[in-house]
Design a protein around this ligand. Sequence first.
Ligand code: SF4
Length: 230
Amino acid sequence: MSRARPSAEFERLRTDAASCTRCALYERATQTVFGEGPVPAALMLMGEVPGDREDVEGHPFVGPAGRVLDDALAAAGIDRASAYLTNAVKHFKWRPAGKVRLHQKPNAKEVAACRVWWEAEVALVEPRLLCCLGATAAQAVFGSSFRVTRQRGTFVTLPTGVEATATLHPSALTGIADTHAADDVCPRPTLPGGVDPRPDAKKPIKDKGCGGKLPDKTLGADVTTDVVVK
Ligand code: SF4
């Protein structure tokens, strides 16, 4: 039997996710917000959960945090269109507050239920670097003991061979416009050795963000047991 083309596999994955009922979050959300971008892609950015605008529009990173991310990517010389963007959890979790819907953090069961989708995305996208944005995404990949504030910028090779790191979610810096903050949002991601994951990169780029931190010695063990990307 011939193997389906990656694009066909991706469309089937997106279609399957659109009708997912693996946890209760689908009941109150407008739609599944699946990942978008080139497949394959050198850089995959994974946020936490869709926000209000993402839920309405059906696309990741289109709200205020998305604009912060756009600025950070532009400052890093990375074309947003060259990266694959997704979230660790695909349905908006919220609670009513008057006429607005307030974002709620997904719990561990919801994050675990949604794992099959981002694992499948990683398998198809085959990124050279997976950059987790925020604690929920980072802990989904590296394990519950991972602390973004302490371990962001750490590079870990996942069992599949994909390099992964984590940094703050753009929403943490919404409203902060200085250059240093922009670097913190997306710290010019590089692979170990200074290799630039940008598809058109000609030479290594200087890491102005969180690089240079030594990996936590316990992290490798966590990842070995917690991250199995099939
Ligand atoms: S949040 Fe994820 S696991 Fe839960 S219903 Fe939505 S797609 Fe399925």
